[in-house]
Ligand binder design. Structure first.
Ligand code: PAF
Length: 283
């Protein structure tokens, strides 16, 4: 596996591959890689000749009260996993190259439409940080496809919208969420759950499935479904931030006319905030 830390180095590899007619898949990450990330890499590999993964803990997407300093970093283990899976190149940008004049001086990408609610409301500025770094990385790597986990469904939609809005020549692929046998979505935050909490945590996906089944069977009183779900999750020990039935594309509250829906949920168990979602197609 090749490694590049500077833009110039990275572009030399990419140019060489492009000169040989090879297509490129790109998977941006913040490291601390797990099975979910590996499924993104595998998807990229299935769609292209060369796969590039970046690891960069992007300071711009962390709020003032969020712990950028303490975000788990595990470079050695990450590189070993990427090597084992056959990733072609890992890009390890430096903050000084991506943000040479600091975070205050950099232009910002605001995907206005989709970032007001849910994680955007909980983490002001977060999606601007994500969109800005991803646009920079797209322009540096110039991939044909880029794979994002649907576990972070709002992020996946924000990136897709940015690509549409700015006519970027990259195809965005949403990869299905990796789950353990209990249904719990793979996440680096799962490591903060104790054994009992882990068992409870699986209930979040069971609730999503239950609400999705009711909608599938024709229930259209979304407010009641949402309230019932919040009550059930509360009884199981969750503190629910939001449980919202949305239009899968716009993320606006779903109407009975909508055919492609997604239920977005964020619920905390103790100090750990868990995100999950389920898509529903009513065609
Ligand atoms: O999902 C992530 O890990 C990050 O938000 C991303 C897309 C790599 C941007 O920093």
């Amino acid at each position: 596996m090749y490694q590049a830390t500077s833009v110039i180095e990275l572009r030399q590899y990419v140019q060489h591959w492009k000169d040989h007619g090879q297509s490129i898949a790109f998977i941006p990450t913040m490291g601390n890689l797990h099975a979910g990330h590996m499924s993104l890499i595998e998807k990229g590999q299935s769609l292209s000749d060369r796969t590039i993964c970046s690891i960069f803990v992007n300071p711009m997407q962390f709020g003032p009260n969020e712990d950028w300093d303490h975000y788990p970093r595990s470079l050695e283990a990450d590189l070993a996993q990427l090597e084992a899976i056959g990733c072609d190149l890992v890009y390890l940008p430096t903050a000084s190259e991506l943000y040479p004049d600091g975070l205050d001086k950099i232009s910002q990408v605001q995907v206005t439409d989709l970032t007001e609610h849910y994680e955007g409301a909980h983490r002001p500025g977060h999606f601007t940080g994500v969109a800005t770094v991803v646009l920079k990385l797209f322009n540096i790597v110039r991939p044909d496809v880029s794979v994002f986990g649907k576990k972070d469904y709002q992020q996946y939609r924000v990136i897709s919208k940015m690509v549409e809005d700015f006519n970027l020549e990259v195809q965005i692929i949403g990869q299905e969420t990796t789950r353990d046998d209990s249904g719990l979505a793979t996440s680096s935050r799962n490591q903060y759950l104790d054994a009992a909490q882990k068992k409870t945590a699986a209930g979040i996906y069971r609730q999503l499935q239950q609400t999705a089944a009711s909608i599938d069977q024709g229930e259209r009183d979304f407010n009641t479904l949402e309230q019932d779900a919040i009550n059930n999750l509360g009884a199981a020990g969750f503190n629910t931030d939001y449980f919202k039935i949305c239009n899968a594309e716009t993320l606006l509250p779903a109407t009975s006319e909508d055919r492609d829906l997604v239920i977005l949920v964020t619920a905390a168990l103790g100090q750990t905030r868990l995100l999950d979602n389920i898509e529903i197609s009513l065609w």
